[in-house]
Design a binder for this molecule. Structure first.
Ligand code: IFM
Length: 464
């Protein structure tokens, strides 16, 4: 592995990513308020083994050790997220200085090691009081989000120059409000579509606030999780099913953000569920504000065939009930999550973005990685060749896309640490650093050493 050079641009950036609720723990400390994930994870039956983020990786107390690990790894940038309920425990009102002070410490520690922070403002931990008032279904949450973003920008904007407004609005809206797999666990039609819209509106309002306040011009973007989508056959019903899958996984988000529109297919597909009453004049100019970059999270592609709807009456369906199902061949490699492995899917996705959106800004891969059933061997090592191969092949796919003309500026591996994998709890490990949750010991896996070499070799080659 790694004998052949990765043909990435000389100034290509390498990073790692995490998110607040997945690693921080300390949920009752320093004035932090409850988030929807505290509520959800403490609800019996929602998370595997009843796991919660109460302690997670205890990063709140061990951040210095984790930053030192990143320095050793040699990354250019670290993508972290801020917990809104640490900064505004009720989701509105004055800032909690102790919450801001924690992120001050983290940002300063990163900069001391020459690591650029890339800060995600919303990675799913909505303050519970805002959910009690309607959550992302209501427009007010987008306005509250913009206020919180302004507080964060004022506190950290002198040092943070890369902001990611929202992470994976598909998950926050569709998994949160349609399938019920994620917090807040709702199963709705119009509510889920309204949530998607208000997340994107919140994103646009955040872009405006950051640009208005930034002393120097900060880079601002959003992170979308996207998939290349194909039909299993040329049959008309499978091709139509693939169109609906593309709508739900990509177009509902890429069109408003990259083209300031909703696709016609959204109107026809969801005609029985919604009258788009939540869409106001001027909203799409805000969701579609030009961005400095697009963050793309890629894990696996979608291959679909037509399937029966779960609910007969179109007006009573949830927003994800679109009459298709994903197909994975029995001989395809899968990760510990059950997700198919297809590195070229990342190249195809990047090409699709490039070909579909003339206004596509530069792209950062803000997440990519895989879960493996990692174990600590008798000699204390964690050997994860499947992850190394996965990461290498996906980096090669990025290089292929850049060779085809897509402007990709960097890559963040998901994740630095094993962590709380949402509804899967601690059962799935994505880290390049193993976390022993009993002792909180960190053990860099062989993929950590591999990534370290990739970064070092790239720097050497770029300098020569
Ligand atoms: O752990 C998540 C992350 O929070 C968002 N993107 C996908 C990852 C793996 O499921």
């Amino acid at each position: 592995m790694g004998e052949q050079r990765l043909n990435l641009p000389a100034d290509f950036e390498f990073g790692v990513a995490t998110a607040s609720y997945q690693i921080e723990g300390a949920v009752h400390e320093d004035g932090r308020g409850p988030s929807i994930w505290d509520t959800f994870s403490h609800t019996p039956g929602k998370v595997v083994h009843g796991d919660t983020g109460d302690v997670a990786c205890d990063h709140y107390h061990r951040y210095a050790e984790d930053v030192a690990l990143m320095a050793d790894l040699g990354v250019d940038s670290y993508r972290l997220s801020l917990a809104w309920p640490r900064i505004q425990p009720d989701g509105k009102g004055p800032a909690e200085p102790r919450g801001l002070a924690f992120y001050d410490r983290v940002v300063d520690a990163l900069l001391e090691h020459g690591i650029q922070p890339a800060v995600t403002l919303y990675h799913w931990d909505l303050p519970q009081p805002l959910e009690d008032a309607g959550g992302w279904r209501v427009r007010d949450t987008a306005e509250r989000f913009a206020d919180y973003v302004e507080i964060a920008q004022e506190a950290l904007g002198d040092r943070v120059t890369r902001w990611i407004t929202i992470n994976e609005p598909f998950c926050s809206s569709i998994l949160g409000y349609a399938t019920g797999r994620h917090a807040p666990g709702a199963r709705e039609g119009d509510g889920a579509l309204a949530a998607a819209h208000h997340l994107l509106l919140g994103h646009g309002l955040a872009v405006q606030r950051i640009r208005a306040a930034a002393a120097h011009r900060a880079q601002v973007g959003a992170t979308l999780n996207l998939q290349p989508v194909s039909a299993v056959s040329d049959r008309e019903q499978d091709r139509a099913a693939a169109d609906r899958a593309l709508l739900l996984s990509n177009l509902l988000f890429t069109d408003p953000v990259l083209a300031g529109r909703y696709p016609q297919l959204a109107r026809s597909t969801y005609a029985a569920l919604t009258d788009f009453g939540w869409l106001r004049d001027g909203d799409l100019e805000i969701t579609g504000l030009p961005l400095d970059f697009l963050g793309v999270n890629y894990y696996f592609p979608s291959r679909v065939r037509a399937a029966p709807y779960q609910v007969e009456d179109p007006a009573s369906r949830t927003a994800d009930d679109l009459g298709y199902e994903d197909v994975v061949d029995s001989d395809e490699e899968r990760t510990a999550m059950g997700w198919p492995v297809d590195a070229d899917g990342l190249r195809r996705l990047l090409r699709w973005l490039h070909d579909s959106y003339p206004q596509l800004p530069p792209v950062y891969i803000t997440e990519n990685g895989r879960a493996c059933d990692d174990v600590v061997a008798a000699n204390g090592h964690v050997h994860d060749p499947d992850r190394m191969r996965y990461l290498e092949n996906h980096l090669r796919a990025v290089a292929d896309a850049t060779a085809e003309g897509v402007d990709v500026r960097g890559y963040y591996c998901w994740s630095l640490l094993d962590n709380f994998e949402w509804a899967e709890g601690y059962a799935k490990r994505f880290g390049i650093v193993y976390v022993d949750y009993e002792t909180q010991q960190r053990i860099p896996k062989s993929s950590f050493e591999w990534y370290q070499r990739v970064i070092r070799d790239h720097r050497r080659a770029a300098a020569s």
